[in-house]
Ligand binder design. Sequence first.
Ligand SMILES: Cc1cc2nc3c(=O)[nH]c(=O)nc-3n(C[C@H](O)[C@H](O)[C@H](O)COP(=O)(O)O)c2cc1C
Length: 307
Amino acid sequence: MADITVTIGKHTFQNPVFAASGTFGYGLENPDLVDISAFGAIVTKSITRQPREGNPPPRIVETPSGMINSIGLSNIGVDKYVSDMAPKYADIGCPVIMNIAGSSEDEYCEIVEITESVNSNIIGYEVNISCPNVKHGGIEFGVNAELTESLTSKIRKRTGKLVIMKLSPNVTDIRSIAKAAEAGGADALSAINTVYGMSINPHTKKSEIYTTYGGLSGPAIKPVGLACVHKVSLAVDVPVIGIGGITSGKDAVEYILAGASAIQVGTANYRDPATGISILDDLKRYLAEQNIATVAEMIGMVETYES
Ligand SMILES: Cc1cc2nc3c(=O)[nH]c(=O)nc-3n(C[C@H](O)[C@H](O)[C@H](O)COP(=O)(O)O)c2cc1C
């Protein structure tokens, strides 16, 4: 059987299929629906310094081949997270990556300091610098290389755990942001967060999202994600985690060929939280059919016309 383990930073994951932030709650909500010990890892929804209600409704709308959300980082805040959620991770059988968001460097740093001060059971942080749905939710960092490097290095100084910076596709040159995160000491980069989108009801003539614009996700953004992962993986030496519209083993294979060391399943979890498990089965079948011995050797294997 092929070796499907993947290494990111100092962690070796049992497989490259992770659950994406915001689509799998705190990682504890679905025990009867899906065997989470089968996942490579779970990424939590974004945790902020203070609890947040999120944006008013409507904050989700279905669109052709995708959905737009403007949840607005609704979460319980870091204090409650470390007291109520993190202790439960001790025996869930799957590594947990805590996704964090803030509106200033201080806020991100405080979240990390609070989490580091307890035995949190998390293996690392995915840092959301790419949320398009809140006025001050990190995207200011994710569109600016200098701020990205500075924030990454401040977080790096505060933890020996995995630091993964989550990149936005809503930028002119994703490579420059990726290089800045690498220079700041990130162990890995996740790409991509959602793409700005809008939806209008022609009957009511109203915007279908309270905040007017939201984040488009699902199969509609897969080609955007693939291009970003390919560009980023050629620009940096750290591993890239591919996200965006992954619903099948074929999608996962494409992302790995484009340069992803692991992948995250997001919107597809809303249809079936066990999608990650069927993706894993498809991936194993593909490796056997193609006679590929390890996932690692597949990473970035895509042949392009131009070198
Ligand atoms: C309803 C919803 C909530 C999300 N919440 C978060 C979040 O809290 N933090 C974050 O970094 N990304 C969040 N995301 C973005 C996803 O993690 C992922 O990057 C994006 O949806 C693209 O992947 P997909 O097409 O597989 O959904 C959210 C996405 C959706 C659909």
